[in-house]
Design a protein around this ligand. Structure first.
Ligand SMILES: Nc1ncnc2c1ncn2[C@@H]1O[C@H](COP(=O)(O)OP(=O)(O)O)[C@@H](O)[C@H]1O
Ligand SMILES: [Mg+2]
Length: 200
């Protein structure tokens, strides 16, 4: 594979194209892979965000959380929708991923039932917990932001335009986003919640 493009983000190992489903006879640049992923993700976006998805379509159960990742990345990567078994620089230990993801789905059900937080805060907390767990080898950021958007849409609010193609390291907004995630790590959700209210 050629490395003639800049890293998409700091979290993604550049040399690891094992698991790539598309033709192996040709070498792909990171940009080409990213574009194939974007096409795959566009289908999931159509499915879940064109109209508010029902509770049946998007139940936020453990199984569905995995299924969503598979729907976003399954055309490109064979590990899509599968809990990772390797350690990454971001995220919890691999052996904890399944239990923490199950806890997240249980918490979402609890938050819904008890109206613990308003819709923006719930979407924000889902996004943050999902990315903290980092269940998959890659695509965790895009999957977490999609989860938040599906939650917003399901609850009558507009999804956020995260400008995914710009979330690479050269995006000036990226730093503010990472800072907001770090504040959320310390239970200060204010900045990250504000980002979920921008629907320009
Ligand atoms: N310090 C950090 N640096 C980069 N990304 C971070 C950091 N902390 C949390 N993240 C989250 O991890 C995501 C990157 O993880 P990754 O699995 O590569 O997702 P994707 O491939 O969708 O970008 C970022 O979009 C962000 O949501
Ligand atoms: Mg990545």
């Amino acid at each position: 594979m050629t490395n003639n493009t800049k890293p998409i983000d700091d979290a993604t190992p550049l040399d690891d194209i094992s698991g790539l489903k598309i033709s192996k006879s040709k070498s792909y640049s990171l940009k080409e892979i990213y574009e194939k992923e974007a096409l795959n993700i566009a289908n999931a976006t159509l499915k879940y965000l064109s109209a508010p998805p029902s509770k049946k379509e998007a139940p936020f159960t453990y199984e569905w959380l995995l299924k969503l990742h598979e729907e976003m990345f399954g055309d490109v990567w064979d590990w899509a929708g599968k809990v990772r078994t390797v350690e990454l620089s971001i995220g919890i230990k691999a052996y904890l991923v399944s239990t923490e993801l199950k806890k997240l789905s249980d918490d979402i059900a609890f938050w819904n039932k008890n109206r613990t937080f308003d819709v923006y805060e719930t979407a924000t907390r889902i996004h943050h917990r999902a990315v903290q767990i980092h269940p998959f080898k890659n695509g965790n950021g895009r999957w977490s932001r999609m989860l938040a958007n599906i939650y917003l849409r399901q609850n009558g609010l507009m999804p956020v335009k995260w400008q995914e193609n710009l979330l690479a390291s050269e995006n000036p907004k990226r730093n503010a986003y990472i800072q907001a995630l770090k504040k959320a790590d310390n239970s200060n959700f204010t900045d990250l919640i504000a980002m979920h209210k921008i629907t320009y």
